[in-house]
Design a protein around this ligand. Structure first.
Ligand code: SF4
Length: 463
């Protein structure tokens, strides 16, 4: 089906050669060069059973992540502005036939209020999310919301990158979306398995597999350089799904010269009155999920991997080590729930799915530093026109660290000075000193100068 060759993927999954440990070890050693993998090699790594080879996979994924992204973790928060939707996806609480969901659409003032709360928490990146509705989540309304959010300023702190996860648009509307200054356009195929897709999407515009599959082509053709793809793990066999995702990434790289900016790996979670979410047809256990992330890290080393708060705090901490580079923190998936704190039972009647990690942004920042990860709120590349293939070129050169390290540190210092709790400061300042002392030469000088500017009150300091 188009660039998703189901027959070929099935052949790979049945190929005995790809269960051979030596073949798997050879693929891992090739992957350690951070140059990526073929679909066949990725399939072999998804077949790993032996604990020793699996451990080799995880060690190599950690090494490759550190080569490109160091110990940095980029933080963001989602902002849902409507849970009205005309589709009927069997795994989602927002689906139109879920009459127990309390529907809510935020006004522009309410969206601004939600975003202001996130700015006051120290967030610098927002992912704007909405159900699909021809009268509500229109590109013009999204444009007005983006404009309002970018205008918010709190002592030099503001939202500096706004990514958008909304239904596929036509070329003209993507051009409009681009003109509003979005960062990444995200759209998940949910599943690349055609028959499963048909089964899960029973009504509404989202029944059109092809329209969704080529959304990224239209987005890139409209001038949106950074696109984000994803699959909802648990709808079909995870090995097939991972190879579908990678096929999409390879296709974009071949056709447009640059692969996806990010890949998201949401796993099915319980959701109100969502039959497929309550009884996942292909539940993915934690060790297989960790394997998926490690294989994606090795197959497409330069692509950001996004992990949401669907997963528990404990599991997230473990998955950071095998390739995750971006995480949401302090998230809410119900419109208006940054302002309106509801008890969990009431929240459940508004939210898209159940969260696994309920920590605040400050708690996540604290726990990350305690684990040795550098929280980053950096948005420099997108604002320095280092997007699409220009970002990929930088990521592929060893120079990315020279820009990312000082930028991450400047944004982290800004967070520590303006937003961190005393408990977080106690842990983070010590970690920060250690990180500075690890730097040498130019990077150290550059980072030192930028941190001094932040300490002297300047905000939004970046390279
Ligand atoms: S997954 Fe998206 S399109 Fe489907 S019902 Fe939920 S909000 Fe609507």
């Amino acid at each position: 089906m188009y660039f998703i060759d189901e027959k070929y993927i099935e052949t790979l999954l049945q190929d005995d050669k790809l269960h051979d440990e030596q073949f798997q070890l050879d693929a891992i050693s090739k992957a350690s060069e951070a140059k990526g993998l073929t679909l066949e090699e990725s399939a072999a790594l998804l077949n790993i059973d032996s604990p020793e080879v699996l451990n080799e996979l995880f060690i190599t994924a950690k090494k490759v992540k550190e080569i490109i992204y160091g110990n940095r973790l980029v933080l963001f928060a989602p902002l849902y502005f409507t849970n009205h939707c005309v589709n009927n996806c069997l795994y989602c609480a927002f689906r139109k036939d879920n009459h127990d969901l309390k529907r809510k659409t935020l006004s522009l003032d309410e969206i601004e209020e939600e975003a202001r709360i996130l700015v006051h928490q120290g967030q610098k990146r927002i992912l704007l999310v909405a159900g699909e509705h021809p009268k509500i989540s229109t590109v013009d309304f999204i444009g007005k919301a983006i404009e309002r959010i970018y205008k918010i300023d709190f002592n030099g702190n503001n939202i500096r990158r706004l990514n958008v996860n909304v239904a596929p648009l036509n070329l003209e509307d993507f051009k409009k979306l681009k003109s509003y200054g979005i960062g990444t356009y995200q759209c998940f195929q949910e599943t690349y398995h055609y028959e499963t897709y048909k089964k899960m999407h029973i009504e509404g515009p989202k029944t059109d597999f092809e329209w969704r599959l080529f959304a990224m082509d239209r987005a890139i053709q409209s001038g949106i350089d950074d696109v984000g793809i994803g699959s909802l793990f648990g709808l079909t066999d995870y090995k097939f799904e991972t190879l579908g995702l990678l096929s999409h990434a390879f296709y974009l790289e071949t056709k447009f010269g640059t692969g996806p900016h990010t890949i998201s790996v949401p796993r099915l979670e319980p959701a109100l009155n969502a039959p497929a979410a309550m009884n996942p047809p292909y539940l993915v256990n934690d060790i297989s999920f960790k394997k998926i992330i490690a294989v994606i890290r090795l197959a497409v080393p330069y692509t950001g991997i996004i992990l949401s708060t669907r997963e528990s705090a404990e599991l997230r901490s473990d998955l950071f080590s095998v390739g995750v580079s971006q995480i949401s923190a302090g998230s809410r998936t119900a419109p208006g729930s940054y302002k309106e704190t509801r008890d969990s039972s009431d929240e459940h009647t508004h939210e898209q799915f159940q969260l696994g990690d309920h920590r605040s942004l400050d708690e996540v920042v604290r726990d990350c530093t305690a684990l040795g990860y550098m929280p980053s709120f950096c948005t420099a590349c997108y604002r320095s026109n280092r997007t699409g293939d220009r970002f990929m070129e930088l990521a592929k050169s060893a120079n990315i660290g020279k820009i990312c390290v000082p930028n991450a540190m400047a944004t982290f210092k800004e967070y520590l000075n303006d937003f961190a709790s005393s408990e977080t400061k106690d842990i983070a300042y010590e970690f920060f000193e250690k990180e500075i002392n690890r730097l040498e030469g130019n990077i150290r000088n550059k980072a030192g100068q930028m941190i001094e500017r932040v300490d002297n009150g300047e905000r939004d300091v970046y390279l």
